[in-house]
Structures are given as structure tokens and as C-alpha cells.
Design a protein around this ligand. Structure first.
Ligand code: DQA
Length: 144
């Protein structure tokens, strides 16, 4: 089984970016945690980050036939990107939406996720654990 992890804009800054909200764990640390969990369940993962909306769209499009599930933290594009939603809606690969912070407990503009209706479900508010929970959700999705 293969799971594609996609990370959107500014997540490359984790560790130094608003640590009071996002903590001190870097994206590389999170990737290492995910890889450890994935190895334990015999899951192969690809872990990517981009600041570019079009790149996220392209990666979602290319996932068909290559991956069994997508776990996506679309960051700011969660709340703005119709193009990303369209790509997820068009993809035969099921997606799990994740966030480090609880977007529903933050500013009003973060309460709406444009991609939520086309994802299988959403995990948010657990810090770096949202990623390993996302992996578990992806694995359980594809074992059904
Ligand atoms: C985020 C939440 C988004 O609202 C924000 O734009 C991010 C990070 C999170 O993981 O908590 O960049 O996706």
C-alpha cells in the first residue's frame, strides 16, 4: 500500500512559524514520525511540500494509479482553492484532510474548508499527531 502525503504553503517553516499555534516540531521531524509509523504497518509513503497551488493540483492529478490514498494538509489553500477541490473531486484516489491546529477553533475564515466535502474525512487539532492519525485513516480506508 502506498500513501501520498501532500503539504501546502508555509508548512516548510514549521518549527519557527508561529510556534504558539503550530509548535516547535519541524516538517522533517513530522515526516520522520510518519515514516516510522508507516514502516510498522508496512505502508510505503511519499511525503511532499510545496508553496505552489498548481503543483498541489498536479500532484493530486498524478496520484491516480500510483497511490492508494492521499493525506493532505493544504494549509492556506484549504480555505481558498477551488482548483485543488476540483482536482480532489476528479481523483479516484480517496483523500484524508489533516491540519495541525483545530481550524474550527480559530479565526472565522479558517472554519470553512473548501476541500472538506470532497475528502473522506477531516482530522485537525492534534498537532503532529494529526499526521499519524491521518496515516491510520488512510490505511483503514483502503483496507475496506
Ligand atoms: C493549517 C491550518 C490553516 O488554516 C493554515 O493556513 C495553515 C496550517 C494547520 O495545519 O493547522 O497553514 O493547515
Amino acid at each position: 500500500m502506498k500513501v501520498l502525503f501532500l503539504n501546502g504553503p508555509n508548512l516548510n517553516l514549521l518549527g519557527q512559524r508561529q510556534p504558539e499555534i503550530y509548535g516547535r516540531t519541524t516538517l522533517a521531524d513530522i515526516e520522520a514520525q510518519v515514516r516510522q509509523h508507516a514502516a510498522a504497518s508496512g505502508t510505503a509513503i511519499d511525503f511532499r511540500q510545496t508553496n505552489d497551488e498548481g503543483q498541489l493540483v498536479t500532484w493530486v492529478q498524478e496520484a491516480a494509479g500510483q497511490f492508494d490514498a492521499i493525506v493532505i494538509n493544504a494549509a492556506g489553500y484549504t480555505h481558498t482553492s477551488v482548483a485543488l477541490r476540483d482536482a480532489l473531486a476528479a481523483s479516484p484516489v480517496q483523500a484524508v484532510e489533516i491540519h495541525l491546529s483545530n481550524i474550527h477553533a480559530r479565526e472565522e475564515f479558517r472554519h470553512n474548508s473548501i476541500i472538506a466535502p470532497v475528502c473522506k474525512g477531516q482530522i485537525c487539532g492534534f498537532g503532529p499527531a494529526s499526521y499519524t492519525l491521518g496515516l491510520e485513516a488512510a490505511v483503514s480506508l483502503t483496507s475496506k
